[in-house]
Design a protein around this ligand. Structure first.
Ligand SMILES: [Fe+2]
Length: 146
């Protein structure tokens, strides 16, 4: 059901945004300014999609989950309570972003099957945004030229 899919997306986007914000606050290393800015831009971009996602759930006449407990239950990515080294933060965010990208790709088909073109468009924009995040993270993680 499309509303269930959107609720999972909402919780997972929130979890990803919080994790990136945690990394923004706690990253360390010689390239700190770049890491700090990168994680900052990342969490803000992901956070920017949350309100629209919640309102789409309401648009479909379902109620939007709005508690940390519900988000923890629904989120598809693992929480991070420790403070990894900066490159491990990048690696973790890359893996999580890949999961989120896959989630949106599946959601796009759910929206199309429900004949909700506007929502499918919104999801397509998120696929594009997370594709860009994947490119950036991949580039940061690359240490040798193939
Ligand atoms: Fe900040």
């Amino acid at each position: 059901m499309l509303t269930d899919t959107l609720k999972t997306i909402l919780a997972t986007a929130y979890a990803l945004s919080i994790k990136a914000q945690n990394f923004h606050w706690n990253c360390e290393g010689p390239d700190f300014p770049q890491y700090h800015d990168f994680f900052g831009n990342f969490y803000e971009e992901v956070y920017g999609a949350i309100d629209r996602t919640a309102e789409l759930i309401r648009q479909l006449d379902s109620y939007t989950p709005g508690s940390i407990l519900r988000y923890a239950e629904l989120s598809q990515i693992q929480d991070q309570t420790k403070i990894p080294r900066a490159m491990l933060m990048m690696e973790e965010l890359y893996q999580d972003n890949a999961k989120v990208l896959m989630m949106y790709k599946e959601a796009f088909h759910v929206a199309e099957e429900a004949d909700e073109q506007g929502i499918a468009n919104f999801i397509a924009e998120r696929i594009d945004a997370h594709g860009k995040h994947a490119w950036m993270l991949r580039s940061i993680l690359k240490t040798t030229r193939a």
